[in-house]
Design a protein around this ligand. Structure first.
Ligand SMILES: [Mn+2]
Length: 363
């Protein structure tokens, strides 16, 4: 079944969507949506609209990166942070793009509301969180946006350069591919053909505007901390950056990208304790690697293991991965002293786990 051509995939997707006029679908982005996810969500929204289906892009966390905010504003994409329960019968189906439910805190709420999983389109390694989606297209390609670009190229939605929303869609998908493949350095032939298809349709000025967003002061500060706190052993660079607010969470992957540029480093992991507005805290980490032989997904799963519910703390795709460890009962600190003790405990624990895995135990 894995060998199905993308042509038959797009036919299956069209079959799934036919006869669903009037429905409303939830398009689930990961809790910290990135340009790849946002572009995929937008693509699904237009594919669905063509068939009389309304789609809403929703996520359970926050959008924090300047580039993402610029993307949403400049491309006029509506993305909603969903903070409450999901009312029964509001959505007739859920569609997961660029994730398989393991990085969304909306899954429990969707299940509670009885919303069926219609489709999963992703490029991360296969995860088992979601029950029997009707349609699933999971391919280990550079960007999930490339998969949607292929759907378009195969006629799921004939693009017309004269249509502003089609130009915005092509721009969003191209931006998703660029940002997800480290400016095409990690792109595969599949991603290049997707980019070639999009080229006549995207708006180059708009793309430049989105790409040239500058880093905020806070991100620079986190990068400085990541540099100061880094420990490198056998090419693995680990750095804990302490406490961050939810809206600054995206500084973590940016710092990991930066630490990976050091010549002695093949893999960089940056982590910190992120506190959300409701007081809940969790450790968020990002991994970046330039080593082909290292699978971020397998590596993070082996190093960090899983929760009591059996859900892995981390996962990933080629070149990149992430993890989240909820602090639960340990969330919040009454004093600076307690905050410091808590941070030190987690910092040491995480470093030990990673270095032990590569046989470089810390004293
Ligand atoms: Mn992606």
């Amino acid at each position: 079944m894995e060998e199905l051509s993308s042509k038959s995939k797009v036919t299956q997707l069209e079959a799934l969507l036919s006869g669903r006029e009037g429905e409303r679908h939830a398009v689930i982005l990961q809790d910290f949506p990135d340009p790849d996810a946002i572009a995929c969500g937008f693509a699904y929204l237009l594919l669905a609209a063509e068939r009389g289906i309304q789609a809403e892009l929703i996520y359970g966390g926050r959008i924090s990166h300047q580039e993402n905010i610029a993307l949403i504003n400049l491309l006029e994409i509506q993305v909603t942070e969903w903070t409450t329960d999901i009312p029964a019968n509001y959505f007739q189906g859920a569609v997961f793009v660029d994730n398989q439910g393991t990085t969304s805190n909306l899954v429990d709420r969707l299940e509670h509301a009885g919303v069926p999983v219609l489709a999963v389109v992703d490029h991360h390694d296969h995860q088992t969180r979601l029950n029997a989606p009707l349609y699933s297209d999971i391919r280990p390609v550079g960007a999930c946006a490339s998969i949607f670009a292929h759907y378009l190229s195969e006629g799921a939605l004939p693009l017309r350069p004269s249509k502003p929303e089609h130009r915005r869609l092509a721009t969003a998908l191209m931006h998703g591919i660029i940002s997800e493949t480290n400016s095409m350095l990690l792109a595969q032939p599949f991603d290049f053909t997707a980019a070639a298809f999009l080229q006549p349709f995207y708006d180059i000025d708009l793309l430049m505007d989105i790409l040239h967003q500058r880093r905020s002061h806070k991100v620079m500060e986190v990068i400085r901390l990541a540099l100061a706190n880094r420990v490198i052993k056998a090419g693995l660079c680990l750095s804990g950056v302490g406490y961050l607010r939810g809206e600054d969470r995206d500084a973590i992957p940016q710092a990991a990208d930066f630490l990976l540029t050091e010549d002695t480093v093949h893999t960089a992991v940056v982590y910190g304790i992120v506190s959300m507005a409701d007081g809940a805290e969790s450790i968020h980490g990002s991994l970046r690697t330039s080593r082909n032989s290292l699978s971020p997904d397998a590596f993070l799963k082996e190093v960090l293991g899983r929760t009591e519910q059996g859900i892995f703390y981390g996962g990933g795709k080629a070149g990149a991965g992430g993890f989240e460890i909820s602090l639960g009962f340990l969330s919040g600190s009454d004093s600076e002293e307690l905050a410091t003790i808590k941070w030190n405990a987690f910092d040491v624990k995480i470093r030990k786990k990673f270095f032990k895995k590569i046989g470089m135990e810390e004293k």
